[in-house]
Ligand binder design. Structure first.
Ligand code: PMP
Length: 420
């Protein structure tokens, strides 16, 4: 607690220190963001960030369609628009979601500034300070950031290679209800999860939905990677496809097209949708109409399914390179997941190693990753780390994994010499 005097004077570093709302205390830089500066030095192989490789896009076609957009529809594209988003784009979004078995009406779609804003708006609409949000363990780091910013308590339920265990989820809901703090939301990335690269199995999907329905917990399905399936011919069926009234679904063009356009969306039951539109209005009045129309034009005029296939081929090669290099170079006792899509591999280190403490040594050896702790609300995950294969080309991935394996081997030697 600050004294009145120091609150009045603030600190020399920040004169407004005593003035912030309590919720600002929950706003801390994500571990991923803190890493960006070092990891982007050219000599460092960054297996840290989750940046899609947008240079694979047909830039000339994108430039041409943007120029046409200004010439043909400039007066609309450069004007304010509605907070719900462009009706034509919402129609196109419904066609995109149909690939995952979702039957949706454009009226129930709310366009957002990336799916990150959708996550923020859903939390704003549902979560009061002190409410409980249940997530997978580990979970998307910036979702933890959003929940913290709204002063929620985050409770995490472990996953195995088939995703979250429905039984463990049911037990967590029951425990929370008994303790008088029932879960408000179950936030899940069921397909090609960030960070663990794990997918909720087909068998477990209806079970998870049933557990949430029985407990009266709204499912928040975050699915930016669903169309980046690397082994299956078809995308996974979304949770939303089988439970339209119980799921708010979040989608994004960040991984399938380009994150710089910042176009994502929420698909919600009608009453929830109305709240989200109101929340969007107060958050930003109107989206970039230009970006929405550019995405819509791209999807309507370009062979985006072929482009997506090329993205998948590129990411498959990178994933296979990473898994092959891990197999070849990692010392005994290191284990990792085998993602069927998306961008990430989750690595678990042997007993006695600490991925966060090891990071400066890794960076010195010119390789970066994200330590596991950021993906847990309670500081767990010290032996874990996230590696991404989306951005560096295959030969850099191979070098990066080899360097990382050398660092881990050296740490193990230290552990065995001086004790864990
Ligand atoms: N959810 C998950 C699971 C993600 O990995 C990301 C991006 N890293 C987002 C949401 C946010 O994506 P965007 O706002 O670019 O749509």
């Amino acid at each position: 607690m600050q004294s009145d005097e120091s609150a009045r004077q603030g600190s020399r570093i920040d004169p407004w220190l005593g003035h912030y709302a309590q919720r600002a205390a929950g706003m801390v830089a994500s571990e991923v963001r803190a890493l960006f500066a070092v990891a982007s030095r050219p000599e460092v192989v960054s297996l840290a960030g989750g940046m899609p490789n947008v240079s694979a896009l047909p830039m000339d076609s994108v430039a041409a369609l943007m120029a046409e957009l200004v010439t043909e529809r400039g007066a609309v594209a450069l004007q304010y628009g509605s907070a719900q988003g462009d009706p034509g784009l919402r129609e196109t979004i419904c066609q995109v979601m149909a690939a995952e078995g979702i039957d949706a009406r454009p009226d129930d779609v709310v366009v957002t500034v990336g799916s990150q804003q959708a996550l923020d708006l859903v939390t704003r609409v549902f979560v009061d300070p002190g409410d409980t949000v249940v997530t997978e363990a580990p979970t998307y780091v910036t979702a933890i950031g959003v929940f913290a910013a709204y002063q929620a308590d985050v409770v995490q339920v472990a996953m195995d290679e088939d995703g979250v265990d429905p039984q463990a989820l049911a037990e967590a809901f029951a425990r929370l209800a008994r303790a008088g703090r029932p879960a408000k939301l179950f936030y899940t990335v069921p397909t090609f999860q960030n960070p663990a690269g794990v997918t909720l199995s087909e068998r477990r999907r209806p079970q998870v939905l049933e557990v949430c329905r029985r407990a009266g917990v709204l499912v928040l399905e975050d699915n930016p990677y669903g169309l980046l399936h690397l082994d299956r011919g078809e995308p996974m069926r979304a949770l939303r496809a089988d439970a339209p009234g119980d799921v708010v679904y979040l989608g994004s063009f960040s991984k399938t097209l380009a994150p710089g356009l910042r176009v994502g969306w929420a698909l919600a039951p009608a009453a929830v949708r109305d709240k989200l539109v109101l929340a969007a209005e107060s958050a930003m009045l109107s989206h970039s109409v230009f970006n929405q129309l550019a995405v819509d034009r791209y999807l309507r005029t370009q062979p985006w399914r072929t482009q997506l296939k090329e993205y998948r081929e590129m990411y498959r090669e990178r994933r296979d390179t990473m898994l092959g290099a891990l197999e070849q170079h990692m010392p005994d006792g290191v284990s990792w997941t085998r993602p069927g899509g998306g961008f990430f591999v989750w690595v678990t280190l042997p007993e006695g190693l600490d991925s966060k403490a090891m990071l400066p040594r890794a960076i010195q050896s010119r390789v970066a990753y994200v330590p596991g702790t950021g993906f847990y609300a309670d500081g767990g995950g010290r032996r874990e780390m996230r590696l991404s294969y989306c951005f560096p080309p295959p030969e850099r991935i191979r070098d990066g994994v080899r360097r990382l394996a050398d660092v881990i081997t050296a740490e193990l030697r230290l552990r065995d010499t001086f004790g864990g």
